[in-house]
Design a protein. Structure first.
Lengths: 352, 654
């Protein structure tokens, strides 16, 4: 059976159009529209065509069309494009079908990789907008900011726990002696190993070795200790009593480590040596200002004697305490607190 | 070292003096190989079923859906790599930033030596032989002969080995090492023995020893045609010395089973221990027996012989058996009427059952280059027999960590999984299970293909609705170009059958988006009216238009639906060069009826009138009259409009 051709040839209008015109108003304003769009040519009194003054081309500029399309004022005319098969071959983002109950995240993101919006099933946003309350930051799709930053999606707590469990079988127990805080090992050696993706496994920074020595463990005498500190210079931390040696002058880590041990050995033996000129040392050569033998102490003793004769209730015994404070006061940076303490001790000493 | 000793002294003094008790108990390290730690970490990572194969870029536009797309993408990548190597070999100075350590030869590719340019010495010939550039070797050898350069017998023998093994042509694609794409996709035609080539020349030049004759026989049998086989047999008969096993293997493989048996007796008489290849050659000879019963008997004999000699059968032997158990002619559907096919299939499955029981749990390693083919052949047999249980066992054997025999990913492995998936889908009635299976394998392991999609549509129409599966199958169909043709029709049918009230709001949104996309694509395909693009055009058929209109009304896009329907009433849309509608076919009556009812419900006079006019294309006046009456009843129609409608119906033929 062939399709019947029954469309009215007269008007070439469909039944619906006829019904519309019967209801009235279907063609209302059509002529007006036509005139506005310039399809009706106007003629002047002599019958010649009215030629418009050329101001700008009649066609709309691209920006104008785009603006109209974006605001919905103009119809968007689509044209079939050659690459239709390629456009259709695009799959929906695979994060859509991920099921947290059936799939582990660590299977999806097992190692460090650049952010991929189609893989991460999180509605993350990133970027700066002037008014965040009005417009949220940009979505993840096609967001370069998210690609630029390092992400730690492979190091979720669950993944780390799994890794730890997997390699636990290779671990021996930690030395129990070290668990108690009282035990300190005299030498710590620190270095870093650098691993990164690339064509070269070398990294110049890996040669640097830092050795930290607990100086007390060397059991140096007072003289030797002083010499040691002088030799160490700013490598010695007085607060923690630690010596830090950083070696990076050799090419390999092993050489640098050997060199650090060498330096320590030399330092130790040098500190223990007593040279002839060392005996010439005077009080002013001390590392710190001492209370014993200072003019302050002499003057204080005299002052106390005088105060005693004047009948003040002096506290002679606290002169040692004062000495300790004085030593600290002289050997550290002066602060308001230390000055106050100084005054308090002095008043106590003199019984004022 | 000085430092070390110094430290020993320092520490021993400092520690021993006061704190002798400060002793550390450090356990000896647990022994492990350099890769154990990595292996342990990698065990925490399982397969990602939503991801593409790792060879592809994980991005929606680069994840291939079909087998052909996989091949295209993979080969494009590989050709890019080859082009880059070529550039680096041609202009090495442009890539002089040489900081890789240890040195990576892939970054420093070098051109192969040109046989017409290199110095014609034995050394360069040997280097070429080592790099297996067969044709270059031949050219260089002939050049050396023409320039009267002496080639020693040992080098000639080396060359003879190479050219006979490869029939004086370059190595086949299947032996390419660097480029896996070419290895798996490249196809060499079966070549016959090149007579009069360098191999023959060398054979005549070299003295006839056991080795040269054996090499020649093996080569002639490897590239066998009638003449070369005849020559191989003559050589065998004429030679008085001891022939090597490889030559015997070649002769056995290219003979009939009865001749092969005699040759085996000969081997035994010469006290040569048979190898796996001998048995495979024997199985090849046995597979040529035309009668089923005798063939099975021969297979049994060979396997029995292997057991007697404590020779464990490799998977390639099982492959030969499984491949040849059923008569080739019975694989044709028309020939399967009598019971022979069922009988042979049953026997095949029981053989396979035995084989699987033998290899299950054992560590499997590739012995010959065809071992991996066993899996795909066995899956094919099980698919034909619809035996899902054994198929599952086979799959678990293949995927077990003890199995080292792996099929190439995009060619044979995907065939294996495709067969398994089709079998599993056919045997399952539960749509959620099918959904799980399908999403975990497509498109990662199995490319979308028409047979699979058709099977899924069949399953979907047979059981209750399952929207996620339907959506996934349709989306896969869109990505793999099934949108036109019979599967496109199936998509529309399935979507029309979806009961929208059963879907939740999210699913309804998905439905809307899918329908919009499909209709837009069909319309775009129909609009390729320009001359140069017309080959892409797929005109809209009236049935397609009616179904699309129905789907559009269901998602609330009534206006678009009527615009589409009006195409059916527009004569120009189906005529001339600019036509977008097929002139043949009819709108679907059920779709039109629903559209009409919908228009009446909405009291849409014009919509109902359009439907009426479309229905009038195929209906008579008697059928149209009640419809016209309903329009006048339900819709708000004035007298003029009533007259027009009545007039329209009266003008239809009786």
């Amino acid at each position: 059976m062939h399709r019947l051709r029954l469309i009215s040839t007269r008007g070439k209008s469909t039944l619906a159009e006829k019904l519309k015109s019967a209801a009235g108003g279907a063609d209302y304003g059509k002529s007006k529209q036509n005139f506005a769009s310039g399809s009706i040519t106007a003629k002047d009194e002599r019958g010649a065509d009215f030629r418009e003054l050329y101001v700008m081309p009649k066609r709309k500029l691209r920006g104008q069309t785009q603006l109209e399309q974006a605001t919905g004022r103009a119809e968007y005319k689509t044209r079939s494009r050659f690459d239709i098969a390629d456009r259709l071959a695009e799959r929906p983002p695979r994060s859509e079908e991920m099921d947290p109950e059936k799939q582990k995240w660590s299977d999806v993101w097992p190692a460090a990789r650049t952010f991929a919006s189609s893989v991460v099933p999180l509605p993350v946003r990133m970027g700066s907008r002037p008014n965040v309350e009005k417009r949220a930051p940009f979505k993840k799709e096609g967001n370069l900011e998210l690609v630029k930053i390092p992400n730690f999606l492979h190091l979720t707590p669950a993944a780390i726990k799994m890794h730890c469990d997997a390699i636990k079988k290779f671990c021996t127990p930690y030395p129990p002696e070290l668990l108690s805080k009282s035990t300190t090992l005299p030498i710590q050696v620190q270095y870093s190993t650098y691993i990164h993706q690339g064509t070269n496994i070398r990294d110049i920074r890996s040669r640097v070795v830092t050795m930290i020595v607990d100086v007390e463990s060397l059991k140096l005498g007072d003289v030797a200790m002083e010499k040691f500190i002088r030799l160490a210079g700013d490598r010695f931390d007085e607060k923690s009593r630690e010596l830090t040696i950083v070696t990076d002058r050799c090419h390999t880590r092993k050489q640098n480590l050997d060199y650090a041990y060498y330096l320590l050995t030399v330092l130790y033996h040098e500190a223990n040596k007593v040279e002839q000129w060392a005996e010439l040392k005077e009080r002013s050569d001390n590392l710190k200002v001492e209370f014993e033998g200072s003019s302050t102490k002499t003057k204080l003793t005299e002052l106390i004697e005088k105060a005693k004769t004047a009948g003040l209730a002096t506290d002679e015994k606290s002169i040692d305490e004062f000495g300790k404070m004085w030593k600290e006061y002289r050997n550290t940076e002066e602060t308001v607190e230390t000055t106050r303490e100084y005054g308090r001790q002095m008043r106590k000493l003199l019984g004022i | 070292m000085i430092g070390r000793f110094g430290l020993g002294r320092v520490l021993s003094r400092s520690l021993s003096s006061t704190e002798a008790a400060q002793k550390l108990t450090i356990q000896p390290a647990i022994e492990r190989s350099p890769t154990d730690l990595l292996a342990a970490l990698s065990e925490t990572v399982g397969p990602d079923t939503t991801a593409p194969h790792f060879a592809y870029i994980d991005d929606p536009i680069t994840i291939p859906s079909t087998q052909s797309a996989k091949k295209t993408y993979f080969m494009a990548k590989e050709f890019g790599k080859r082009a880059a190597r070529e550039l680096a070999a041609e202009w090495p100075t442009l890539f002089a930033f040489d900081r890789d350590q240890p040195q990576l030869p892939a970054f420093r590719p070098q051109h192969l030596a040109d046989p017409l340019q290199v110095e014609p010495t034995e050394k360069s010939l040997l280097a070429m032989i080592a790099s297996r550039e067969v044709q270059d070797c031949c050219v260089l050898y002939e050049r050396m002969r023409s320039e009267n350069v002496e080639v020693s017998e040992a080098v000639q023998l080396e060359l003879f080995r190479l050219v006979t093994y490869y029939n004086s042509s370059n190595i086949p694609f299947s032996e390419w090492e660097t480029f896996s794409g070419m290895r798996n996709y490249g196809e060499n035609e079966q070549s016959a023995w090149k007579s009069g080539a360098v191999a023959d020349l060398l054979f005549e030049t070299l003295p006839r020893t056991d080795e040269t004759v054996s090499i020649m026989i093996a080569g002639l049998c490897k590239f066998s045609d009638h003449a070369s086989l005849e020559r191989a047999r003559n050589l065998y008969k004429e030679h008085k010395g001891k022939i090597h096993l490889e030559a015997f293997n070649g002769l056995i493989g290219s003979s009939s089973y009865s001749v092969a048996r005699k040759l085996v007796v000969e081997i035994e008489a010469r006290k040569i221990a048979p190898s796996v290849d001998t048995f495979n050659a024997l199985l090849t000879a046995a597979s040529k027996i035309p009668k089923f019963e005798e063939r099975v008997k021969a297979f049994t004999e060979v396997i029995g012989e292997m057991k007697t000699l404590n020779q464990e059968a490799p998977l390639s032997s099982y492959h030969l058996i499984v491949k040849n158990l059923i008569d080739g002619k019975l694989l044709d559907k028309e020939q399967q009427e009598d019971g022979a096919y069922t009988r042979q299939l049953t026997l095949g499955v029981s053989w396979l059952n035995e084989i699987l029981e033998t290899i299950e749990g054992k560590p499997l390693e590739p012995v010959t280059s065809t071992c991996h083919l066993f899996f795909v052949e066995a899956m094919g047999l099980l698919y034909r027999a619809s035996n899902e249980k054994l198929a599952k066992t086979l799959l678990s054997i293949y995927e077990s960590p003890t199995n080292q025999v792996k099929m190439p990913a995009f060619t044979i492995e995907s065939m294996f999984y495709n067969r398994y998936l089709q079998l599993a889908v056919e045997q399952t009635t539960s749509l959620p299970r099918i959904h799980d299976l399908y999403t975990s394998m497509v498109p990662r392991l199995v490319g979308v293909n028409n047979a699979l999609s058709a099977l899924l549509y069949r399953k979907l129409s047979a059981s209750d609705r399952h929207w996620p599966l339907l959506r996934r199958v349709i989306i896969d169909g869109i990505t793999s170009g099934q949108i036109n043709g019979i599967l496109g029709e199936e998509m529309r049918k399935q979507l029309c059958n979806v009961e929208l009230h059963t879907l939740n709001p999210t699913e309804r949104e998905q439905f809307t988006a899918l329908v919009q996309k499909l209709v837009a694509v069909w319309i775009e395909y129909s609009k390729f009216t320009e001359e140069r693009m017309r080959r892409l055009q797929r005109k809209l058929s009236p049935s397609q238009i009616s179904e699309c209109a129905l789907l559009l009304t269901r998602i609330g896009e009534t206006q678009k639906a009527y615009e589409l329907l009006e195409l059916l009433l527009d004569e120009e849309a189906a005529q001339g060069e600019e036509a977008t509608v097929l002139p043949r076919g009819f709108a679907r009556p059920w779709a039109m009826a629903e559209l009409f009812e919908d228009a009446l419900r909405k009291r849409d006079t014009y919509g109902a009138a359009t439907c009426l006019q479309v229905m009038a294309l195929t209906s008579t006046r008697a059928k149209l009259e009640p419809l016209a009456n309903r329009i006048m009843e339900k819709c708000n129609v004035n007298a003029e409009q009533e007259r027009i409608i009545n007039g329209f119906v009266r003008l239809r033929p009786q």
